[in-house]
Design a protein around this ligand. Structure first.
Ligand code: FES
Length: 165
């Protein structure tokens, strides 16, 4: 098998996604969105492969991937926890909720993803559900009127579901 064939086999899913959207540069954002949905982030080697497969300069592909906040070049956890820190949530004590979640999953030192890749905990500026402030989402599931205690219980439930407790 030639190196090209080996790469094609390894990136079969990426090829399928490119085939669906086409090779035009305009398709790059939707392709990256779908690839990220598949891998939960955009691995560097996949971005390089996309550049070759679509005949788009690597600088362009990496430029788009780093320009949009929705894309991540770092691995994300199985559970992506977004803690809103917009105005409505902030005044309703979102910070202690965020701190409690970080403590519960054991995040320290400015890290956002646990070493076992189970949790990524981020802040966002508004989740669009201000009436439920403070709000968090876990993999796009909305949890409103959060307290540090309620958030800790939710995390416990996820850990138990995964057989960690
Ligand atoms: S400020 Fe938190 S949902 Fe809008």
């Amino acid at each position: 098998m030639t190196p090209v064939e080996t790469a094609q086999r390894k990136f079969r899913r990426v090829n399928e996604i490119i085939e669906v959207h086409g090779h035009e540069q305009a398709a790059l954002v939707p392709i990256l969105q779908e690839v990220q949905a598949e891998y939960r982030y955009l691995p560097e080697e996949i971005l390089t492969y996309i550049s070759t497969a679509m005949r788009i300069p690597a600088a362009t592909v990496f430029g788009v991937a780093t320009f949009y906040a929705q894309f991540s070049l770092e691995p994300k956890g199985k559970y992506l926890v977004r803690c809103c820190d917009g105005t409505a949530c902030h005044v309703r004590n979102s910070k202690p909720v965020y701190d409690a979640i970080r403590a519960k999953v054991g995040l320290t030192d400015g890290k956002f993803t646990t070493p076992d890749l189970k949790f990524t905990v981020e802040t966002v500026s508004c989740l669009g559900a201000c009436g439920l402030a403070p709000v968090i989402t876990i993999n796009n599931e909305v949890h409103g009127k959060m307290t540090p205690e309620a958030a800790a219980i939710i995390i416990d439930t996820l850990l138990k579901r995964d057989g960690d407790n």
